[in-house]
Design a protein around this ligand. Structure first.
Ligand code: ADP
Ligand code: ZN
Length: 760
């Protein structure tokens, strides 16, 4: 490793919203303490800032005064070379400040300017010293100190050592008794470093070995034999056993003495998947849970960096896990939108995984039953190697899917049977009701999806049609019960529901568009003896709330699991034989080019929760648009047919995967300021394009965003399209570095979202 010589100039990335790095001098006192990836404390605008050295040997610009590095707290660089390069690429491609990008590779505890090294957590361990005394000796030693004797014997029964915490909290020994025993010299007390890992308290269930099916075997062989730096798309239908393929690849990777990263959309939603990795590899796995405290996260980071753990499992940020000797990165459910970060740097973890693995000569596996169109097209073009698991394992069949057309039901008369009379009937069709009933009678379980939380979606005046909207955002307020509030799902604005219409004073306000809270109540009234659990953002705020709900499903305590999209992923319960979709149309008409794709993915994924065991299963989808291609092809589990129908709509006007996009969003408190900002940016961009400085870019807009206002800010956007990624990078960089708005308005904000997953 090259270290900075005394007198060397270095380039430092500081965590500031500036598109540049800064030059500092390393003097004698810090000779040999600084290299690429080391943290350095530097003076910046009268303050101490902590940054990361990204390059040794910068140029001295004539006439500039260069300040000295004040401190270099790390004996070893905290960010490895390959991660420095990866973060530099992110800064470049996603047009983010380099110092902000580098933060991705550092645990929070290492980012404070005055806390160079976090303290490890320790616990006090009591250990019996020497040979244990005989029973007769004990009488003599302890005499009437009965508590001390009991304590001694408790430690003995625990194998001769245990923590003071356990003796105190679980066995009730007082600190005085513990101190007494120590004084007699019968036990020693030592501080022992413990890793803060909340998963330690969750038992590892060793997985019984499975015999791979022939499809699994060919996938495993192809992956294990890969020569590195290859990207695979594992297209396996739901229940086809993708996890086993991942596990066998990981085994091969560990066998070669290498490490791996497994990305899952959200750890909290996939405890079963995580349990399977821990079951197979035990303590070699570090689970990077979003609910980890900063200390816990640091411990996991350190264990990976020291190669004490070789597999990192986590959500998108785990792609920056500090493993060395990377052998593979697995991206499970690669189509998931949660892989895109919503704030700067707005990276996509799937793309970052491919970059990182490529540089390390490692294999990437993108797994999904419903791959993103981008990945599918790349596989068809031969850029990724396609592996297929076309069938469910062990002769399992994909569930039978049935459609209930709500439109016909509500048009009354000429539909199927009488028009619904009660709220329950308006929400749950006779077909779905009957199916739920049958499952309860058989003691089988059901999953109900409704991708809309709250009680009712909105409240509407019967007379003038007025709907209560958020005063800060241009979306309707959602009605919640317990407590009874109208809540904005964007900014959390809350208000009491009014008795009269705010516009016309009308007295009949009706709830429209049911949400999960409402359906939970309707189901409770309809099936009073059934165990019903609801899983949505409102019921899962606790650290282990998801796991608790899913554990209750696993134990059979829950008969009907109702939830938002949270319940669509990764769940594998053999006794779930019915999946019902209460309203498939939520989101299908959003003004976003991915709306249909997302709807198809959600329906396919949730349908895939049914019939994963020998009892089989079926799916009922309620919809008002049964002819929509997202619904039609979910009905037959036909991914290829969906792609064929969907991709035509992306050609003209062009959208991904035919072009790359960058969405530039302008926001301001004043509506006119947002519009003026967007307009002057669009003019600036036009001039750049006309001047021929950048080629091959089409500009769309400016226009108001589909959601015009969020959190009190008006929003406009400008869309750039290009089939040449390099052109887009150049245009965006020019813009980020040089665009200066004509009118200076306070509180303007510009965000650049490259490869956006949503344009709302
Ligand atoms: P996917 O992720 O493709 O939806 P999973 O990996 O969750 O599927 O596997 C579905 C179920 O099939 C799991 O319960 C798993 O234990 C089981 N399974 C996987 N492979 C095999 C196999 N070769 N033989 C028997 N059961 C298997
Ligand atoms: Zn709001």
């Amino acid at each position: 490793m090259t270290r900075a010589d005394p007198g060397t100039l270095i380039e430092v990335a500081l965590p500031l919203p500036l598109f540049q790095t800064f030059t500092y001098l390393v003097d004698d006192s810090l000779a040999n303490a600084v290299t690429v990836g080391s943290r350095v404390v530097v003076p910046f605008r009268q303050r101490r800032q902590i940054g990361v050295c990204v390059r040794l040997g910068a140029e001295r610009k004539p006439g500039t005064r260069i300040k000295k590095v004040l401190d270099a707290p790390d004996p070893e660089p905290v960010v490895a070379d390959d991660l420095v390069s990866l973060c530099n690429w992110i800064a470049e491609y996603y047009v983010a400040p380099p110092g902000v990008a580098l933060r991705l590779a550092l645990p929070v505890l290492l980012t404070g300017a005055d806390a160079p090294r976090p303290k490890p957590r320790t616990r006090r361990m009591l250990r019996i010293t020497g040979e244990p005394p005989s029973l007769i000796e004990r009488d003599a030693i302890f005499g009437r100190a009965k508590q001390q004797r009991a304590l001694f014997e408790a430690i003995e029964a625990l194998g001769g050592s245990t923590s003071a915490e356990h003796l105190r909290d679980q066995l009730g020994f007082t600190p005085a008794v513990i101190a007494g025993l120590e004084k007699r010299g019968l036990v020693t007390v030592e501080e022992e470093v413990v890793a803060r890992d909340p998963f330690l308290s969750r038992a590892i269930v060793p997985a019984p070995p499975l015999e791979p099916t022939s499809a699994q075997r060919s996938a495993i062989e192809a992956l294990s034999a890969a020569s590195g730096a290859e990207t695979f798309l594992l297209h396996g239908v739901t229940g086809s056993g993708k996890t086993l393929v991942y596990i066998e690849l990981l085994r091969a990777v560990l066998g070669r003495g290498k490490s791996a990263i497994v990305l899952v959309p959200e750890i909290a939603l996939t405890p079963q998947t995580v349990d399977r990795f821990r079951g197979a590899f035990g303590d070699a796995v570090a689970v990077l849970h979003s609910a980890l405290s900063d200390g816990e996260r640091y411990d996991a980071w350190l264990a990976l960096k020291r190669s004490e753990k070789r597999i990192a499992v986590g959500a998108r940020s785990a792609v920056f896990a500090p493993v060395s000797d990377l052998g593979a990165i697995i991206v499970d459910e690669e189509h998931e939108a949660s892989y895109k970060q919503g704030e700067a740097p707005r990276y996509h973890a799937r793309e970052v995984a491919i970059m990182r693995a490529h540089a390390a000569g490692a294999v990437v596996v993108l797994g999904s039953a419903t791959p993103s169109l981008e990945s599918w097209v790349n596989a068809e073009a031969g850029k990724y190697r396609l592996l297929r698991l076309p069938d469910r394992v062990a002769g399992g069949k994909l569930p039978q899917v049935e459609i209930v057309n709500l439109r016909r039901r509500f048009s009354g008369g000429n539909g199927t049977g009488p028009a619904p009379a009660t709220d329950y009937e308006r929400t749950i069709s006779p077909e779905l009701d009957e199916a739920l009933h049958a499952r309860l009678a058989l003691k089988q379980q059901s999953i109900l999806l409704l991708n809309r939380r709250g009680y009712a979606s909105f409240i509407q005046c019967d007379e003038c049609g007025y709907v209560a909207v958020c005063p800060n955002c241009s979306i309707t307020l959602t009605h919640h019960r317990t407590p009874e509030r109208l809540i904005c799902h964007y900014c959390l604005h809350q208000e009491d529901p009014a008795a009269n219409c705010a516009r016309c004073g009308g007295t009949t306000l009706r709830q429209r568009g049911v949400g999960t809270q409402r359906v939970e109540r309707l189901l409770g009234e309809r099936f009073p003896a059934a165990g019903i659990a609801r899983m949505d953002v409102d019921t899962t705020s606790g650290k282990w709330a998801h796991v608790d709900i899913l554990d209750r499903v696993a134990s059979g305590e829950v008969d009907i699991l109702l939830g938002t999209q949270m319940i669509a992923k990764g769940l594998d319960f053999a006794n779930v034989t019915l999946v019902g979709v209460v309203d498939a149309d939520v989101g299908i008409n959003l003004p976003d080019f991915r709306a249909s794709e997302r709807c198809f993915q959600l329906l396919s994924q949730v349908a895939g929760r049914a019939g994963r065991g020998p009892k089989g299963g079926s799916v009922i989808i309620q919809t008002r648009v049964p002819e929509h291609h997202a619904v039609v092809h979910a009905l037959t589990h036909d991914y290829a047919a969906f792609v064929a129908a969907e991709i035509e709509g992306r050609r003209e006007p062009a959208y991904p995967p035919f072009v790359r996009l960058a969405n530039i969003v302008f926001s301001a408190v004043e509506e006119s300021a947002a519009m003026e900002l967007a307009t002057s940016a669009a003019e600036w961009m036009s001039r750049l394009l006309v001047a021929g400085q950048v080629e091959g870019i089409t500009q769309v807009g400016p226009a108001p965003c589909p959601i015009e206002r969020i959190k009190n800010r008006w929003r406009w956007h400008l869309l750039l399209k290009s089939s040449q990624p390099g052109s887009l990078t150049r245009a965006l960089r020019f813009f980020a570095e040089r665009f200066e708005p004509a009118t200076a308005t306070a509180q303007r904000r510009i965000t650049i979202d490259r490869d956006p997953v949503s344009l709302l």
